[in-house]
Write a protein that binds this ligand. Structure first.
Ligand code: SAM
Length: 291
């Protein structure tokens, strides 16, 4: 199905209002809504709604009507999004997966849940993270293990994708949780998933590339940072990750191939972070580091 993004460009405050109004009117009907900063220096943000192309005309009118009381003059722009392989995504989500203390399953597998299962319900969709990938599995397993060892108060899930790790964190830890992603679609999907899992109000959301946003200073420093991205960006962001980590903080990293493990460890050692444990899953590693 062809998809579009309908959006306004406005100040951060106006976009926050737009997010509230649009969520109230459209989210229960299944339209993902998101905001994203586009120009920090000039306070330019975008508030977006994602929909099938066929609904464009009717939705533009409804959005104008919805925003009129608060932001009467904002023109609504349209971006046509690339096609997505829905079949591949749907197949990815067929089977429930056990990852450490968690059972990750789609809504069609609710009957497979057993008493005592710590469940995360995620339907395959437009954001990465159904629990089937070795990196997600490794992170969930590591989150389960570290949650047994100590209490965390400020937690960050950087590169949240479907929100699977943030939801797992919320289910295990009575902490304040921030989840971010470079992709606004992922944030919109993750917010919906968190709501479905009963922890929507426990998690703060933001679209941000790496640590390039004021949101981290407002929520941090963090005593646990989880980032399942890829080895190269993880190495690049080692200094900023370290700056946002509280004294005595811990880090879980994944998206790293086995052969990249040493390089990533070296980049974090330079920042004063040391290896505690490695999990190997399907050629990928998940690292647990501490100060
Ligand atoms: C491998 S997926 C992980 C998703 C989920 N956390 C999981 O464990 O299954 C990586 C996610 O990181 C996001 N991402 C990639 N580079 C990023 C960056 N520089 N800053 C923030 N998010 C990033 C991608 O959009 C994607 O959603």
């Amino acid at each position: 199905m062809k998809q579009i993004r309908l959006f306004i460009t406005a100040s951060q405050a106006e976009c926050a209002t737009a997010l509230e109004l649009l969520s109230e009117r459209f989210e229960d009907a299944g339209y993902p809504i998101a905001t994203m900063e586009v120009d920090e220096a000039n306070d330019r943000w975008e508030a977006s709604l994602y929909a099938p192309t066929a609904e464009q005309e009717a939705l533009v009118r409804s959005i104008q009507d919805c925003l009129k009381p608060a932001i009467p003059d904002a023109p609504i722009e349209t971006e046509h999004l690339p096609d997505i392989d829905w079949v591949a995504h749907a197949l990815e989500g067929l089977q429930p997966v056990r990852a450490g203390r968690f059972l990750v399953h789609g809504s069609h597998d609710r009957d497979k849940v057993r008493p005592g299962d710590l469940c995360i319900e995620i339907d395959a969709g437009r954001a990465f993270g159904t629990g089937h990938h070795g990196t997600t599995e490794g992170c969930l397993e590591m989150i389960g293990a570290v949650a047994r060892q100590r209490r965390f108060r400020h937690v960050l899930d950087l590169g949240t994708g479907s929100g699977v790790l943030a939801i797992g964190l919320a289910k295990l830890m009575p902490a304040s949780i921030l989840a971010t992603d470079i992709d606004p679609v992922a944030i919109a999907v993750a917010r919906q998933n968190a709501r479905k899992n009963g922890c929507g109000s426990r998690i703060g959301w933001a679209t941000a590339a790496g640590f390039h946003s004021g949101i981290f200073a407002r929520h941090g420093p963090f005593d646990l940072i989880v980032a399942n991205i890829l080895a190269r960006p993880l190495m690049g962001m080692a200094p900023s990750l370290s700056r946002n980590l509280a004294a005595g903080g811990q880090v879980i990293l994944s998206g790293i191939l086995s052969e990249q493990r040493r390089k990533v460890l070296a980049a974090y050692n330079v920042q004063g972070l040391y290896h505690r444990k490695t999990l190997w899953r399907d050629g990928w590693v998940t690292l647990h580091l501490g100060r």
